[in-house]
Write a protein that binds this ligand. Structure first.
Ligand code: NDP
Length: 465
């Protein structure tokens, strides 16, 4: 245990993203003297270059569907013209408002805010320097009894010729013009979500990925349903394909695939994963070890190889989702300054991908469940009520994975309108370990899509027997 009085602060948090901010605020609430350093944006990736602006853009992209769907209900609504600059300006205003909220939340908690780029001098000392985004920031040297690294992650660019011509999710939120033709590489969260956004806003979209189906790691039935939904959205899918080069062609770009196919686009976006952001931190001066994947290695208590240094969020590359980083930050602050360990059910972390229609999951996929034993599988696929009149070819898929021996619902999966909203509630049921019989005795809400989850009476199949 360090002698805290010898240091400027009890806790220094590096990085004011979701995890860092939560950790700093909770620690300050427990009476610790806390400072937080941020080099770029208060609120981090989620607020500035991730979840929040992404969701606003998803919402923007859905309006043409509402117009088209309204005709079946008797409206003669005509599609209007979309103004990209208006959307970006409105989004920027909202982000600025949120930045202000983050700053005031931290200040009200008694946390000291430091703008600048942090670099370790030793295990208890950090110096901060101005950055291009904050050239006027005053350099500081600060000593801390404990330090939390919460620097997040940054997009990975493929190592191919012309990769520097492509944008990533760091730039997509500030494009000056809406591209008319977009080629997106990668079918993880970001690739799928932006394929949906640009298609909805009226762009021609090519989605290139190396798997036979998008979203590796998700339930196979959900992946197949998503593949069909992406087709229905008019996105051209290039499966089992990888780009080999990107070159300029006048104002446009040409992406060449390993099959030899060439795709011309006004914008190429690489959505090929993210890696932990540790560059420039000089972690080695503090003895903090990175693992082979470049992430800060931590134990279950988020402690690094150096006893008084901890790491949370994407920089540790565990479950890279905002609510998880927040939970990790909260747990750590409680553990360090309140002496108790808060429990969170990371095993049943729900996930959502905001395509249109969106998809969401909690718990085990069918394949994961059957690795543990036989599973009862319940699947329902139907046309949502709205589209019986709108005429839109859009189907909803719902699936429950039930451990046969215990009859516990160990996985729930859905693709369809409001899937993320519904899945939040189902995540409680799966986390609580409820059985299929508990779902069966729950009364539905009629008429909704959600009631299907409590009325799936007939097992579709047994898996893994
Ligand atoms: P993902 O890891 O989700 O997906 C990366 C994609 O890039 C995959 O399709 C992957 O293919 C492909 N890829 C990786 N390397 C190569 C390569 N060398 N050649 C060709 N293809 C490649 O990363 P994202 O960038 O989409 O998102 C990063 C993270 O951000 C997510 O993992 C998630 O944690 C978070 N996020 C969460 C969101 C949400 O909660 N809604 C939204 C956006 C981001 P393959 O599958 O074959 O490996």
């Amino acid at each position: 245990m360090s002698d805290n009085a010898a240091y400027d602060v009890d806790l220094l948090v590096i990085g004011a993203g979701s995890g860092g901010v939560r950790c700093a605020r909770i620690a300050a609430g427990h009476g610790a003297r806390v400072a937080i350093v941020e080099a770029r944006h208060w609120g981090g990736t989620c607020v500035n270059l991730g979840c929040v602006p992404k969701k606003l853009m998803v919402q923007a992209s859905e309006y043409p569907d509402y117009v088209a769907d309204s005709h079946g209900f008797g409206w003669d609504t005509q599609p209007g013209r979309h103004d990209w600059k208006t959307l970006i300006a409105a989004k920027d205003r909202e982000i600025e408002r949120l930045n202000g909220i983050y700053v005031s939340m931290l200040e009200k908690s008694g946390v000291r805010l430091i703008t600048g780029f942090a670099r370790f001098e030793d295990a208890h000392t950090v110096v901060t320097e101005p950055t291009p985004l904050s050239p006027d920031a005053k350099p500081e040297r600060i000593t801390a009894a404990r330090i939390v690294v919460a620097t997040g992650s940054t997009p990975t660019k493929l190592d191919i010729e012309g990769a520097d011509l492509a944008i990533t999710s760091d730039e997509v939120f500030h494009l000056v013009e809406m591209p008319r033709r977009v080629c997106i590489v990668g079918s993880g969260y970001i690739g799928v979500e932006f394929a949906g956004i640009f298609a909805g806003l009226g762009a021609e979209v090519d989605l290139v990925y190396r798997q036979p189906l998008p979203l590796r790691g998700f339930d196979e039935d959900l992946r197949s349903a998503l593949h069909m939904a992406i087709d229905q959205r008019g996105v051209r899918q290039h499966v089992k394909a990888s780009p080999t080069s990107i070159r300029r062609n006048g104002d446009a770009f040409v992406v060449t695939l390993d099959s030899g196919v060439e795709i011309e686009a006004d914008c190429v976006m690489l959505a090929t994963g993210r890696h932990p952001k540790t560059n420039g931190l000089a972690l080695e001066k503090a003895g903090v070890r990175l693992d082979d994947g470049g992430r800060v290695a931590v134990d279950a208590a988020s402690q690094t190889s150096t006893p008084d240094i901890y790491a949370i969020g994407d920089v540790t590359n565990r479950i890279n989702l905002t609510p998880v980083a927040i939970a990790e930050g909260h747990i750590l602050a409680d553990y360090l300054f309140a002496g108790h360990e808060r429990e969170w059910a990371f095993d049943t972390t729900p996930k959502a991908v905001f395509f249109t229609p969106p998809l969401a999951s909690v718990g085990l996929t069918e394949d994961e469940a059957t690795e543990r034993g036989p599973a009862d599988i319940y699947v329902s696929s139907f046309r949502p009520m709205r589209h019986t009149l709108s005429g839109r070819e859009s189907r909803t898929l719902m699936k429950l994975v039930v451990d046969q021996a215990s009859q516990k619902v160990v996985g729930a999966h859905m693709l369809g309108e409001d899937a993320p909203e519904l899945m939040q509630g189902l995540a409680i049921a799966v986390t609580a370990g409820l059985r299929k019989a508990d779902f069966d005795r729950t009364i539905g809400i009629h008429p909704t899509s959600g009631e299907e989850f409590v009325t799936m009476r007939s097992r579709t199949r047994v898996a893994g027997a």
